[in-house]
Design a protein around this ligand. Structure first.
Ligand code: NAI
Length: 255
């Protein structure tokens, strides 16, 4: 087993097939955690396990990490995952990272109800369902744990074309703070990260001209790397942050 700040811990990462979720699997496994990569795109979750964890470098025992198909907006899918994990690992994950997220951008005046709802189903309801299911399991097993929700800096400041997305991410912050208050007595910590503009497939669709405008507003003058978010995720997951709960950490290059 790798010696690291989350050694011996079991970590569930949603949205693990891409971007920030994938980087979280990479850093958490580097720091000794056994990683459960869950994504609606099962093939991409498998690729994360095979190519982007400590397993890939042969550092962990083969078979520790695992990939699962999961739709965070669907209760049945979450309960299926929960049952499989109980069978495989005999105990719930004590690190839970909610990174699954989608955008359906449009101007407020043109945004459809479907696009409003689908973004909330994944970003907000998905985070709620995962937190509820796995926090309950932790309390029943008398285990402490750490939940890290990936919100967004646009949940704080807003962003043109993202009424639905920014509202869902602001909701994640409210939920994080409330969950931290309710779960503190079980020693389950809940924090949120507000990334700025991170170089993942999600921002690849942003036109170059718009990106240039963005750079001007970022004191560090560049997009963030997913690993730079994953390092903070791993810190908040670990006992290094044992007295931090109910807070938000901005990883924005100063935006
Ligand atoms: P990404 O698009 O690279 O990865 C998102 C992953 O979530 C994908 O693998 C996708 O298959 C998965 N996913 C989508 N719907 C799902 C569902 N219903 N159930 C399970 N998995 C699902 O995006 P990225 O950039 O890695 O984003 C990760 C999180 O960070 C998201 O919550 C996003 O809103 C947030 N974020 C991203 C920022 C950025 O600049 N990239 C900035 C701020 C926040």
């Amino acid at each position: 087993m790798v010696a690291g700040i989350v050694s011996g811990r079991l970590a569930l990462v949603t949205g693990a097939g891409s971007g920030i979720g994938r980087a979280a699997c990479q850093v958490l496994s580097r720091e000794g955690a056994t990683v459960i990569a869950a994504d609606i795109n099962y093939q991409s979750a498998i690729e994360t396990i095979k190519k982007h964890t400590a397993l890939a470098s042969g550092a962990n025992a083969v078979g520790d990490h695992c990939a699962f198909e999961l739709d965070v907006s669907n209760t049945k899918s979450i309960l299926d995952l929960f049952t499989k994990l109980q069978r495989q690992y005999k105990a719930p994950p004590t690190i839970i990272i909610n990174s699954a997220g989608i955008t359906r951008d449009n101007w407020l005046l043109k945004l459809s109800e479907d696009d409003f709802n689908s973004v909330h189903d994944v970003n907000l309801k998905g985070t709620f369902l995962i937190m509820q299911t796995f926090a309950k399991a932790l309390t029943e097993a008398s285990l402490s744990g750490s939940i890290v929700n990936i919100s967004s800096i646009v949940g704080k400041y807003g962003n043109m074309g993202q009424t639905n997305y920014s509202a869902s991410k602001a909701g994640v912050v409210g939920m994080t703070k409330t969950a931290a208050k309710e779960l503190g007595k079980f020693n389950i910590r809940v924090n949120a990260i507000l990334p700025g503009f991170i170089d993942t497939p999600m921002v690849k669709t942003v036109p170059e001209k718009v990106k240039e405008g963005m750079f001007k507003m970022i004191p560090l003058g560049r997009l963030g790397d997913p690993t730079e978010v994953a390092e903070v995720i791993t810190f908040l997951s670990s006992d290094k942050s044992s007295y931090i709960t109910g807070t938000t950490v901005e990883v924005t290059g100063g935006f």
